[in-house]
Write a new protein. Sequence first.
Length: 229
Amino acid sequence: MKCMLTHLSRWATPTLGRASHSGMRLSSTAASCATRQERPLTSEEVFAREERYGAHNYHPLPVALQKGEGVYVWDMEGRRYFDFLSAYSAVNQGHCHPKIVAALTEQATRLTLTSRAFYNDLLGEYEEYITSLFGYNKVLPMNTGVESGETACKLARKWAYTVKGVPQYQAKIIFADYDAWRVCLRLRDNGLLAKPTHGHIIRLAPPLIIKEDEIRECAEIIQRTILSF
């Protein structure tokens, strides 16, 4: 919220003056925000708050960041770091790139968001650009990598049924980044590459890949499960 209520209270004072209870609650919240802003949180306080209220699906490095510029990020105490992770490449253009900030700001003042239930004046422009850049005739934008992978599986299954002629419910879509996991799970690298991003990793006895007969067994189990619905 960034204590937006503080600013809202200035605009809404005449109206809120008639509703004493709402005004008191808003004033109290704004005062609380102002108090918190007087003293920035320490890194330890940031750790504790997220530990208390957040689900523990990640194991973050013990660094609490508050701002960034280009390749640099700063923690709560003002220490500067190189950001070699770049949010898993999502920030490969650098933090707070002025051209991107300007585009975001300009768009936010015109239109926040439209669902695909409507057309808008920018999606087609992006689709034309990206298909021309990569030489494809169509593009289906998604929000995340996982969502993109799931959608790719759906498209592959649809193609198998409508174009290739695979019998209904018989399509098997194999989707895995084999090369990446092969690198992560090699015996000599185990715990060096995989552990920083995937939490607690144990060493596995060779062989470190799934055998073909095991893959076929898994595929048969999946097939039986799909047909049971």
